[in-house]
Write a protein that binds this ligand. Structure first.
Ligand code: SF4
Length: 225
């Protein structure tokens, strides 16, 4: 499976010195609640089947979420919102995602990110975003035969993903702007925008569970799932 091979190669990447230092420091120092756990502390690969027809693109792993568990959106509050919604619309086998080996399966859906290492304050630099771009490009290229829809969570992911998507599908000019619920058709691919499922957005009620379900449900239809 070429995607599994890509995931292994990705998990050894050390291209960004600041992010390598941060992900490893967080893994060493840990959060008190997880003091007994061994953190992953490496780049977090995409999660989901290699013949996915829907991709969900976030921002970057959370320091004590994906950087701890080794799986995208797993073990953090953003993931709680995302996986509940995926389960509600029939794209996940269970509403929670706690750790690798918890039995969670995604149906026709792959979750990934434009930056694969946890950044300080959840803010990658433009240089780090650009350094990580080839990984997303390879992943989307491998998914291309089956991919029909993409949901991008948040403006950072949107800005980072458009050039990568544009290498495969035609992007209109001027480039489509990010917005919650935005839908753009790029050749055979349906691209959707959704506010990021961050705790901050949910806490401020900028994003409700119903709003996430609504976008995911449209994307599921567009993907033929
Ligand atoms: Fe490598 Fe991407 Fe991590 Fe940078 S962010 S070290 S390019 S995996």
């Amino acid at each position: 499976d070429p995607l599994a091979t890509l995931d292994v190669a990705l998990s050894r990447c050390r291209r960004c010195p600041r992010l390598v230092a941060w992900r490893e420091e967080v893994a060493r120092t840990k959060r008190a609640a997880y003091a007994n756990e061994t953190y992953w502390g490496r780049p977090v690969p995409g999660f989901g089947p290699s013949d996915a027809s829907l991709a969900i693109i976030g921002l970057a792993p959370a320091a004590h979420g994906g950087n701890r568990t080794g799986r995208m959106f797993t073990g953090d509050r953003s993931g709680d919102v995302l996986f509940q919604a995926l389960y509600d619309v029939g794209l996940a086998s269970q509403p929670t995602s706690t750790r690798i080996g918890d039995g969670l399966a995604l149906y026709g859906t792959r979750i990934t990110a434009p930056v694969h290492c946890a950044p300080p304050a959840n803010k990658p630099t433009p240089a780090e975003r650009d350094a990580c771009r080839p990984w997303l490009a390879r992943e989307l290229d491998l998914l291309r035969p089956t991919l029909r829809a993409v949901v991008v969570l948040g403006a950072f992911g949107w800005q980072a993903s458009l050039p990568v998507l544009g290498e495969i599908w035609p992007i209109p000019k001027p480039a489509p702007r990010f917005g919650h619920g935005t839908e753009v058709i790029l050749g055979g691919l349906h691209l959707f925008g959704c506010y990021h499922v961050s705790q901050q957005n949910v806490f401020r009620s900028l994003l409700t569970p119903a709003m996430v379900r609504e976008v995911l449900s449209r994307a599921k239809d567009a993907a033929g799932l």
